[in-house]
Design a protein around this ligand. Structure first.
Ligand SMILES: [Zn+2]
Length: 319
């Protein structure tokens, strides 16, 4: 329990919460009660009803989803969560020296242009520099779902945090488990790693480097996500939809019986082909190499299809 330094209300915090948002007056503050001013939000553009319709529309277009999904699905849970993210503008300048791989080509084949009898690979010294401005985004809660952690935040559309707007949708505003200083440190490290990746595109080995990394404007932004649960038949499915854009961040959806039956059918055929190929390779030494490899491949795909068809596990689409 903490007392708000601005409206004196008491409110709950969890373990590790560092930057707090008072659920009564909406003021962002440190645990010591210092006000944090650079607090922004993305506004809700998809209300509960629109988010639900968008989700079902998306799900019904997925491979194998039952046709009656939009009519037969019933929402049993819905909650608007404002997730905290830290966004930093980082200016990075890196100069580097390293070794790049190169090759000499000798003796082109007369009949085949571009093909050589002998190729010598060697390392040669290279140097260069990269100047980049990165927008680094660090989640305020490290344990949040990977899909929510990585979905694109429309940070250009940011506005100052409005407690009234969050309340209008009965939104739950989560505290951040990392503070400004830690967020800046992480942004620094992420920018360093991005620069490293740029350099490694140019050279295979970095021999020396010099980095000038400046973490500039850093702000806290709360991003609204609808956490939805719907029932279809006897099962419940969970989904997350971005409340600003209607983007389906993650969703589980049912597969129709017809689709699963088809999967089982194909699975059996593949498995059979696989077994025949392996048996042929083993018994009669027909295509020994290809037979084993191809046979195993068909068998594995067959078993995977069978498993997908038989299992009652809901499908999850990677977006
Ligand atoms: Zn307050």
């Amino acid at each position: 329990m903490v007392t708000c330094a601005f409206c004196s209300a008491n409110f709950e915090t969890g373990p590790g919460d560092v930057l707090l948002v008072c659920p009564y007056c909406g003021t962002a503050q440190t645990q010591e009660g210092a006000k944090f001013k650079d607090h922004y939000m993305i506004r809700v553009h998809f209300d509960q009803h629109t988010a639900q319709t968008t989700l079902l529309d998306w799900c019904s277009k997925q491979l194998g989803a039952p046709q009656d999904l939009p009519i037969a699905a019933h929402f049993v849970k819905y909650e608007l969560i404002f997730y905290p993210f830290w966004i930093s503008r980082v200016d990075a300048h890196t100069t580097y020296k390293g070794l790049g791989r190169d090759a000499n080509f000798y003796d082109e084949w007369p009949q085949r242009r571009g093909a050589y009898k002998r190729i010598d690979f060697f390392y040669k010294p290279e140097s260069g520099q990269f100047t980049r401005r990165h927008e680094i985004n660090i989640p305020g809660i490290e344990t949040i779902d990977e899909d929510i952690k990585n979905f694109p935040i429309p940070s250009r559309a940011k506005e100052y945090f409005s407690h009234a707007h969050a309340e209008e949708y009965d939104g739950k505003v989560l505290h951040s488990k990392i503070g400004e200083e830690e967020a800046k440190k992480k942004a620094h490290q992420t920018a360093f790693d991005k620069q490293t990746a740029l350099v490694l595109d140019e050279v295979d080995k970095i021999e020396s480097r010099n980095d000038n990394i400046d973490v500039g404007e850093t702000f806290l932004i709360h991003v609204p996500v609808w956490e939805l649960t719907y029932r279809y038949g006897k099962k419940k499915y969970k989904a997350s939809v971005a409340a600003a854009t209607g983007y389906v961040i993650e969703s589980k959806y049912p597969r129709s019986m017809a689709f699963r039956a088809m999967g089982i059918g194909f699975g059996l055929i593949m498995l059979l082909i696989g077994i025949v190929l392996i048996a042929a390779a083993y018994q009669f030494n027909i295509l020994p190499g290809g037979g084993y490899v191809g046979g195993s491949l068909f068998s594995v795909i067959g078993i995977a299809l069978l498993y997908k068809g038989v299992s009652r596990k809901e499908a999850k689409e990677e977006i």
